[in-house]
Design a binder for this molecule. Structure first.
Ligand code: FE
Ligand code: ZN
Length: 493
């Protein structure tokens, strides 16, 4: 019975808290009740609590729940049900799990490129080899000899992609043993990106020098994964792109946000007072010389002064909040990703509550694993995959997770450093994945991962107006680390 009920919810990607399970099992018709509870839940509800079960039993009405959508009505889940529902004692505080800072080996030699692409191929191939659809995959170099086989499977890196006149896709894949041409039908939804690593299932042409693709297999992420949860009802807030120093930095709204953190604004204080972590996903200042004629948009033309002013602003953030900050393309660090964190000349301007991370960075907050990436490569995805735009960053993030790579395309819009290890490969799937950069705002649950596109504190610039881009500023995404439920609080007025 226990197993059947858990499976019922797992099938929907919902995790059942022990109390909720006990409550279900203590009722006359547990399975029937489970079915009714399931039907009552909002789509993509991540965690089933006893409160949700009681709501169906006719107990006290539940709150709307964080998972109802960005800008959900002002209903508030009870500050989770206390540490007793935690799976096990989760560690407190911040732990950095993966960060290039201090570990950069890149000198830009030819050997660096070979090592870089080999590392990417090897690590993603390891994930792909675990996929049933790719059992018996052969090296690319041995494909030609298999033209009599009904079906062949292989894994390789896409080294060239072209569209033919009749809408089909011709690509080349390669590994250490060779390269091979593959042909995808016009109706294929695969959207191959250059330099991504894929599994290919197909049939060889009669002469054995072309592979007709039946399906492309991606590393992807498991549908039902068990997220890590914090052992107490503490919250993390996610923001990005503050752009201090710009004439369009929205200082008045920033001050309202900080006042809210300090309990000086009434709404959603059940969330505000539980916030102990503030993650800032890059472009913390506007920088200098980032784009032509930027000086005209700057209020503060000295980059150190920009960081000094930011440090002053962050002093108003209450003491209980640990601030974690990574750089973006506007910050004074090397532009090539992965970006090591801010140099000491900058970090020493800030007080000790600020933790400086690289971009990207994988870290844990009370055991909950967070992947933070500024998001420059969103441009590569938008220019390659039809239907994606700068207004759909969450959809772009799903494509990154499917490819288990933050920035596959080398040498296009995202500057990448050929480190001996490819830091943009996602060996593990985080519980929370956050980006910024596009100055939008998005929050969604995707296969057990909370996706956050954190919002900006800069209003539309002339450049953005020229590009017809409309930002969605001053939204704060707050995630309860004990339940992974979330809400957005807007300061845009
Ligand atoms: Fe930005
Ligand atoms: Zn940016």
């Amino acid at each position: 019975m226990r197993g059947r009920i858990l499976a019922l919810f797992a099938g929907r990607g919902t995790l059942v808290q022990p109390e909720a399970l006990e409550l279900l099992l203590s009722q006359p018709d547990p399975e029937g009740l489970a079915g009714r509870v399931l039907a009552s839940l909002p789509k993509e509800k991540l965690i089933l609590s006893a409160m949700d079960v009681r709501a169906v039993l006719g107990g006290p009405a539940p709150a709307g729940g964080g998972a109802a959508g960005a800008g959900a009505p002002a209903t508030e889940p009870r500050p989770a049900e206390g540490p007793s529902c935690a799976p096990e004692a989760a560690p407190r505080g911040v732990r950095v799990l993966k960060d290039v800072t201090g570990g950069s080996t890149c000198e830009g030699r030819i050997e660096d490129f070979v090592g870089y692409f080999n590392d990417r191929l090897a690590r993603l191939r390891r994930i792909l080899r675990g996929r049933r659809e790719l059992a018996g995959a052969v090296p690319v170099g041995s494909l030609r000899s298999r033209r009599h086989e009904r079906e062949v499977r292989t894994v390789g890196m896409v080294s060239d992609v072209r569209r033919t006149q009749n809408g089909r896709t011709i690509a080349e894949i390669e590994d250490e043993t060779g390269t091979f041409r593959i042909l995808l039908p016009a109706e294929s939804p695969a959207n191959l990106m250059r330099d991504e690593v894929v599994g290919v299932v197909g049939k060889l042409s009669n002469d054995g020098d072309l592979l007709w693709v039946q399906s492309i297999v991606r590393p992807d992420i498991q549908i039902s994964r068990q997220p890590h949860l914090a052992g107490r009802p503490v919250c993390a807030a996610f923001i990005s792109d503050i752009h201090v120093g710009s004439k369009t930095f929205l200082e008045d709204r920033w001050r309202r946000f900080v006042a809210w953190l300090n309990g000086r604004e009434d709404r959603h204080q059940d969330y505000a007072r539980r916030i102990e972590y503030l993650v800032v996903s890059g472009d913390v200042v506007d920088g200098i010389g980032v784009y032509p004629d930027q000086e005209e948009d700057l209020l503060i033309r000295d980059v150190y002064r920009q960081y000094q002013v930011l440090a002053e602003l962050l002093k108003e953030v209450p003491d209980r909040v640990r601030v974690l900050m990574l750089p973006g393309n506007h910050d004074a660090v090397r532009p090539a990703e992965p970006q090591p964190t801010f140099p000491p000349e900058i970090s020493r301007l800030f007080d000790s509550r600020i933790a400086f991370l690289g971009n990207p960075c994988l870290f844990s907050l009370e055991g909950v694993e967070v992947l933070a990436y500024h998001g420059m490569s969103i441009a590569d995805f938008v220019s390659t995959i039809p239907g994606l735009s700068f207004n759909t960053p969450i959809e772009v993030m799903k494509e990154m997770l499917r490819r288990r790579h933050l920035a596959p395309v080398y040498g296009d819009k995202t500057p990448l450093a050929p480190e001996s290890r490819d830091w943009m490969v996602l060996d593990t799937v985080p519980d929370i994945f956050v980006t910024g950069h596009v100055h939008g705002a998005g929050l969604e649950n995707f296969r057990g991962v909370v996706l956050v596109n954190a919002s900006t504190w800069q209003s539309q610039t002339d450049y953005q107006r020229m590009m017809n881009f409309n930002p969605v500023p001053c939204r704060v995404a707050v995630v309860d680390l004990a339940s992974l439920e979330w809400r957005t609080v807007s300061f845009d007025q």
